[in-house]
Structures are given as structure tokens and as C-alpha cells.
Design a protein around this ligand. Structure first.
Ligand code: HEM
Length: 504
């Protein structure tokens, strides 16, 4: 009798739990039914096998459920948005300026929400405001940085000319151009961030870059499996990506801690500082009480975020440019003609020419649109119970804006969005850049929008103009090679294995 009551009670508890787990909150956006514990992850996994990537799965689901629909990823209620207008309005609203609480977003910062990119609230806003203002003060997006970018681009061309001189007699001269780009891009920004530049063959640098790439490839903008089911790390550390994430994070933490320690050793509070690390340390030294904004953990988180958000995205953009140009000799010729007319062959390409070269800028904009470098953005979190259209959105719901849908799939807005056409950003006579309200979509919306958009355009402009001024990019000789883009938080192009030829 007693055991019968116990079993019945247990069954009631189990069924109530299952009912609650599977219940869609009242007025939550419609979407596929979900299961206890895993939510819709089984469906996402099955659809990924069919459609390839997470962002393509989200796009496919929107064909069935519309531009705003609800999912549950593990324990995370998630709202996916694929429509431009709704996305723009939602992501600009104050209550959607949060970032998800997922496990992966705090792994790099000792389990706390620190740094800029994955934290939220007033402390994060203060860290972001201080960091971006300080970077601007030391020259980000201005003359000082333009100088570093031009210097790095000209060093890169010198290096390539030497490489070319040594190899031009051979039939081909492949070079890891994308790796070289990464190094130069890092150097042009790292001077302002940490007051340091790297030598091209420096092993430590290549190691850190590879670790950063591996880190970003082990989760997506919504947090990925390790955020949706964090306990998986205990039972399936390899399959959940935990091992790779940990292997990437620990040496990177150590690397950034060494940078901070080096700066502290040489720190002179009265000296004039010209980089973010020193200026952050100066601010820390002014604090009379322990500060939640100005402390070394925040500085470490900020270095992490700038390194990854700035370096990897920009490198992916440059990698895509190489692939696109190698396949389009006609476009290269047109860009080279523009360079010859506006800059000439013997003057260094600098930001002074930025507004005088519409074709090069249209090429940059189209590359950013077409390449979907951050295909689902960086997810947001509802910071309180709220509404979206006529739906109710509970606090902590994760918002996923599918940027790729807006930039590459929206056939009602773009003419043939899945073809690469720089001319869509040009006037009919190609003499002027045609401003398009969606050109900045790859950088997100609202207050959490990417602060690196201008730096990105400027860096892409100077580097690509410098390469094409002296070289023509040749296609990959092994064209049959399967070209696979890898999806993580960024959508990374395959290594570029083409080569270059000096221009006549
Ligand atoms: C191809 C280049 C880049 C692309 C496509 C890109 C894209 C993005 C996107 C989509 C976001 C999320 C925005 C949102 O939530 O609405 C973001 C955030 C961010 N990006 Fe970029 N980014 C690029 C380059 C850079 C560069 C060069 C920097 C260096 C300063 C940078 C720094 C950041 C930071 C710090 C955040 C976090 C902002 C916050 O959470 O408040 N990004 N980026």
C-alpha cells in the first residue's frame, strides 16, 4: 500500500516535471515542440546534418515559423529573429542589451561576467566606455592608428616582395597570405592596446592566434552546446567541446597575464602612457577601494575580447577577400586600375585615399555583406520580463539575430543576394559609393553594436590596396580541394593556398 502511494507520488512528480519542462511559456513565440532537458537541441542537430550550419538551420526554421520564433536550447529559452526591421528595433531596446549567462561566456574570465563582449550591466558599460575612449585617445581610427596600419601594410608588401624575389623563378609561389594578414592586423592594433608589435615568424604569436581561432570555433553566437548543457563537460568533455575550449583558454589567460605583469614591472605612474594596458593600470592605481571596473581581472577580460573580437573577425574578412579576388581576375584588374589612377604605383596607400576610391570601398562592403563573418551576431539576453511584437518574453530569454538572413538571403531587399556584386554599393556610373541602410548590419545594432566597424573598413582598405598595388592574386592550384568554411562564433574561410604574382 505504502509503496503504491510512493510510486504514484513519484509518477505525479515525474509527469509534472515533464509537463513543466515541455510547456511553452504563455504567449511565447511559436516554434517546434521541445523535449525535457535538451529542448530543441536534437532537432537542431538533425537539421544541421541536412543543411550544414547552425545559422542555415535557423534560416530554414524561419521558413516554417516566421521571422520571430521560439526555441529552447538546453535550458535556455531562445527567440530567433530573421527580419531586419524587427531585429533592428529589438536589439536597440534597453532591455535587450544583456548578454547570455551561458557557461562559455564566463569561461575565459574565471567564471565571472567580465570584459566587454560577453558581460552586461553598468559595470560592463563602464569597462566598455573606458576602453573605447582610451583606445580612441591613443589613436584608434585616427592618425596614430592609420600610421600603424600603413606601416604594417608596407612592411607586409616588403616581405612579400622578398618572398617573390626568392621564388618567382619557380612555377608557383604559394604563401600563407592569410596568416601574414593576421599578424599585420594584430600588429596594427596591438601597438595601441599593449604597446607591442610581433615579428613575422614569432612562434608565440602564431600559437596564440591558433588558440584564439580554436576558442571561437568551439561555440556559436548563442553559446553553443557547452552553454546549453553545461553539465555535459563532466560526462563528455571532448564531445561537448569543453576540452578544446579549456586547452585554448588556459594558455591565453597565461599569455595575457604575462603581458599585464610585464607592463606592471615597467609601470611608471608619472610617465605619459600611449597604450590601453598602461592607461588601465594607471586607473587601477588611482582606486582607493577595490573597484569592480578597474581591476586586473577586468583588464584581462578586455584584452581577451579585443584580441578575439578584433583580430579574428578582421582576419576572416581579409581571408574572404583573398578567396573572392583569386576567383575574379577581372575585378582585380578594375581595382588595380583605380589604385593606379588615384594613388599611383609608387606612393603608399593611406587613409587619405579612402574617400577617393569608391570601387575599393564597394568591394570591402560587399565582402562584409557576402561573407557573413558573424552569421548570428552575438546573442542578447532579455534583462527583464518584456514583450516583443505581441509576444511575452521572460527575463533571461536569449535573443538570436540571424544577421546572415538579412545580409545574404533577403531576396525582397537585395537583387540576387547570394551573388557577389560590389556594384550594388556603387552609383550607376560607378563614380560614387551608394550608401545602403543595411551596409552596417554585419556589425549588429544598438548600444552593443560592434565598436570596430570603422577600424575594420580602414584596415581592409589599406591592406587590400597595398597588396593589389604591387601584386595580382592567383587562384588555388588545387581547385578541386574541398573549400570548407568553419562555423563557430565567426564563419571562418578555409586557408588561402593561392599565390601572388608581381604586377608588370
Ligand atoms: C569584420 C569585422 C568585424 C565584424 C563583422 C564584427 C561583428 C561584430 C558583431 C556582430 C558584434 C555583436 C554586436 C551586437 O551585439 O549587436 C560585435 C561586437 C564587438 N566587436 Fe566586432 N566585428 C568586427 C571587428 C571588430 C574589431 C576590429 C574590433 C576591435 C575593436 C571589434 C570589437 C568588438 C567588441 C569589443 C564587441 C563587443 C561589443 C559589446 O558587447 O558591447 N570588432 N562585433
Amino acid at each position: 500500500m505504502l509503496s503504491g502511494i510512493l510510486i504514484a507520488t513519484l509518477l505525479v512528480i515525474i509527469f509534472t516535471w515533464i509537463y513543466r519542462e515541455c510547456k511553452r511559456p504563455k504567449d511565447f513565440p511559436k516554434g517546434p515542440r521541445w523535449l525535457p532537458i535538451i529542448g530543441n537541441l536534437h532537432l537542431i542537430d538533425a537539421l544541421k546534418k541536412k543543411h550544414g550550419y547552425f545559422f542555415t538551420v535557423l534560416e530554414k526554421l524561419s521558413e516554417e515559423y516566421g521571422p520571430v520564433y521560439g526555441l529552447k536550447l538546453g535550458q535556455n529559452l531562445t527567440v530567433v529573429i530573421t527580419d531586419y526591421g524587427i531585429m533592428k528595433d529589438a536589439l536597440s531596446r534597453e532591455e535587450f542589451q544583456g548578454r547570455p549567462n551561458g557557461f562559455v561566456f564566463t569561461m575565459r574570465t574565471f567564471g565571472e561576467k567580465l570584459g566587454i563582449g560577453f558581460a552586461d550591466g553598468p559595470i560592463c558599460t563602464s569597462v566598455r566606455n573606458f576602453t573605447m575612449k582610451t583606445l580612441k585617445d591613443v589613436g584608434l581610427g585616427k592618425g596614430n592608428m592609420h600610421g600603424h596600419v600603413t606601416e604594417e601594410a608596407s612592411e607586409m608588401v616588403k616581405y612579400l616582395k622578398n618572398h617573390y624575389a626568392e621564388t618567382s623563378t619557380k612555377e608557383e609561389n604559394p604563401i600563407a597570405l592569410d596568416l601574414l594578414f593576421k599578424l599585420c592586423i594584430l600588429n596594427s592594433q596591438w601597438m595601441l592596446i599593449a604597446g607591442k608589435r610581433f615579428e613575422y615568424e614569432e612562434a608565440k604569436f602564431v600559437q596564440i592566434l591558433n588558440l584564439a581561432t580554436s576558442f571561437l570555433q568551439n561555440f556559436d553566437g548563442s553559446g553553443g552546446i557547452i552553454s546549453h548543457l553545461p553539465w555535459l563537460r563532466f560526462i563528455a568533455p571532448d564531445a561537448s567541446g569543453f576540452t578544446d575550449l579549456n586547452n585554448a583558454i588556459l594558455p591565453m589567460q597565461q599569455y595575457f597575464q604575462e603581458i599585464i605583469a610585464d607592463h606592471k614591472r615597467e609601470f611608471d605612474v608619472n610617465a605619459a602612457h600611449d597604450n590601453l594596458v598602461d592607461l588601465f593600470l594607471a586607473e587601477i592605481s588611482k582606486q582607493k577601494e577595490p573597484s569592480q571596473v578597474f581591476n586586473e581581472k577586468q583588464l584581462l577580460g578586455t584584452l581577451f575580447d579585443l584580441f578575439m573580437a578584433g583580430m579574428i573577425t578582421l582576419s576572416d574578412a581579409m581571408g574572404n577577400m583573398l578567396h573572392l579576388l583569386a576567383e575574379r581576375p577581372e575585378l582585380q584588374k578594375e581595382l588595380q586600375e583605380e589604385i593606379d589612377q588615384v594613388i599611383g604605383r609608387n606612393t603608399l596607400p593611406t587613409m587619405d585615399y579612402y574617400n577617393k576610391m569608391p570601387l575599393m570601398r564597394a568591394f570591402n562592403l560587399e565582402t562584409l555583406r557576402f561573407s557573413s563573418i558573424v552569421p548570428i551576431g552575438v546573442a542578447r539576453r532579455a534583462m527583464k520580463d518584456t514583450t516583443l511584437l505581441h509576444y511575452r518574453i521572460p527575463k533571461d530569454t536569449v535573443l538570436v539575430p540571424v544577421l546572415d538572413q538579412v545580409t545574404v538571403r533577403d531576396e525582397e531587399y537585395w537583387n540576387e543576394p547570394q551573388t557577389f556584386q560590389p556594384d550594388r554599393f556603387l552609383s550607376a556610373d560607378r563614380a560614387e559609393l551608394k550608401i545602403n541602410e543595411r551596409e552596417k548590419v554585419p556589425f549588429g545594432f544598438g548600444k552593443r553594436r560592434c565598436p570596430g566597424d570603422l577600424i575594420t573598413s580602414q584596415t581592409m582598405f589599406v591592406f587590400m590596396a597595398s597588396i593589389l598595388q604591387s601584386f595580382t592574386i592567383l587562384p588555388d592550384k588545387e581547385k578541386e580541394r574541398k573549400m570548407e568554411w568553419v562555423e563557430g562564433i565567426t564563419f571562418t574561410p578555409p586557408p588561402f593556398t593561392g599565390s601572388i604574382r608581381a604586377r608588370d
